[in-house]
Design a protein around this ligand. Structure first.
Ligand code: NAD
Ligand code: TDX
Length: 331
């Protein structure tokens, strides 16, 4: 199995889950180790003889083709991406390159390695290219809208989500045109260990630890649907094994919360752990809103439940407490 972006947040959790749950699986991680990825994220599995690690860029067509030739992958799980919306607003170029061009390079490599010259798929039933994407491709919801379904029209509104949407369309085109065994997954906001400092939950916890203002964009009413990262990893595993090619699967946490409510809950958890600094809520600070800030995401995972037997199982209160306990001592 090739796992791109395996040194990042979700990728590193996924690699550990896969090595634990599939005793004969060989995993090769390809990761550029940008500011967002690091080998330490794979520390727990680094010595595992079934893991190999290649530092490199998914946009490097020769490197990717060589890896396909050497390892004879039958599964690709494609996580590698520039993932932070704020960065895509201040500097979109890297997002176009990695998220769109990089996905193209991987799809081409899989097409060349897996499909014969006459375009017929060789052993397609045993192969899967899982393209990991986001609910942000569907745009934003109002309070009254029903949650995103797989049939919801794409309406990306940030440079980040536009590049993810572009890559989703490309992956889908490779299925329809060449018969590449593609499965697309779109999930909501993940939370849990090893997420980069720049994201919302680590930012709130770090600000509490350092007694600095907690930046809340706009009025804090924006809603996200929080999914425990390991629950997501199990969903991707199932999509790779049981997913129908040419189909997409939504994963959501069944857990819509306004940002301000999440920040307050973290403050209360910090009050218990660091009572000398209580109340942490005094640090909450409303700051200038993100440009084009999507107001609400919510994801229906009915298809994943019906076809993959997947549903999120982690209770948000427990997951949030575990998240605080993982980050707080590190800051
Ligand atoms: P992340 O930023 O934590 O990790 C991305 C990883 O990709 C890093 O290890 C980085 O070094 C690597 N990378 C970046 N550019 C690369 C390149 N050109 N070549 C090789 N490696 C490269 O991201 P994440 O939060 O773990 O997200 C993983 C995937 O899941 C992304 O595709 C993202 O769009 C998607 N996703 C994330 C979330 C979320 O809440 N985090 C939600 C939905 C979808
Ligand atoms: O300091 C902050 N203050 C704040 O109010 C930060 C960093 C964020 N926010 C808000 C913006 C969002 O409404 O919190 C919410 C979550 O922000 P992020 O952690 O940046 O996540 P989001 O923009 O929702 O995108 C995430 O989920 C979908 C991932 O980063 C994406 O890669 C994924 O596709």
């Amino acid at each position: 199995m090739l796992v791109t972006g395996g040194a990042g947040f979700i990728g590193s959790n996924f690699v550990r889950v896969m090595l634990d749950n599939h005793p004969t699986l060989l995993v090769c991680v390809l990761d550029k180790l940008t500011y967002a990825g690091c080998k330490e994220n794979l520390q727990e599995v680094w010595e595992n003889p079934r893991l190999s690690f290649v530092e490199g860029d998914i946009c490097d067509a020769k490197l990717v083709a060589d890896l396909f030739a050497r390892h004879k992958f039958d599964t690709v799980i494609h996580f590698a991406a520039e993932s932070h919306v704020d960065n895509s607003i201040s500097g979109p170029a890297a997002f176009i390159q990695t998220n769109f061009v990089g996905s193209f390079v991987l799809l081409e490599a899989a097409r060349t390695a897996w499909l014969s010259a006459d375009g017929k798929s060789v052993a397609a039933d045993q192969r899967r290219f899982v393209h990991v994407s986001t609910d942000e491709v569907y745009g934003q919801l109002t309070r009254e809208d029903s949650p995103f379904e797989e049939s919801t029209p794409y309406d990306p509104r940030s440079p980040y989500s536009a590049t993810k949407a572009g890559a989703d369309h490309l992956a889908s085109a490779y299925f329809h045109t060449y018969g590449l065994p593609v499965v697309i997954t779109n999930c909501s906001n993940n939370y849990g260990p090893r997420q980069h400092d720049e994201k919302f939950l680590p930012t709130v916890i770090r600000s509490c630890r350092h007694q600095q203002p907690i930046p809340i964009y706009g009025d804090g009413s924006n809603i996200r649907d929080w999914l425990w990262v390991e629950d997501h990893c199990h969903g991707i595993d199932r999509a790779a094994r049981l997913g129908q090619t040419g189909r997409s699967y939504n994963f959501g946490g069944n857990c819509e919360r306004p940002n301000i409510e999440v920040a307050r809950k973290i403050c209360h958890l910090m009050d218990v752990r660091y009572p000398d600094n209580a109340p942490h809520e005094k640090l909450l600070t409303f700051v200038e809103d993100r440009l084009g800030h999507d107001w609400r995401y919510a994801v229906s995972f009915q298809r994943a439940q019906a076809e993959l037997g997947w549903r999120p199982t982690t209770n948000f209160e427990q997951g949030l407490a575990d998240t605080v306990d993982w980050y707080a001592p590190r800051y």
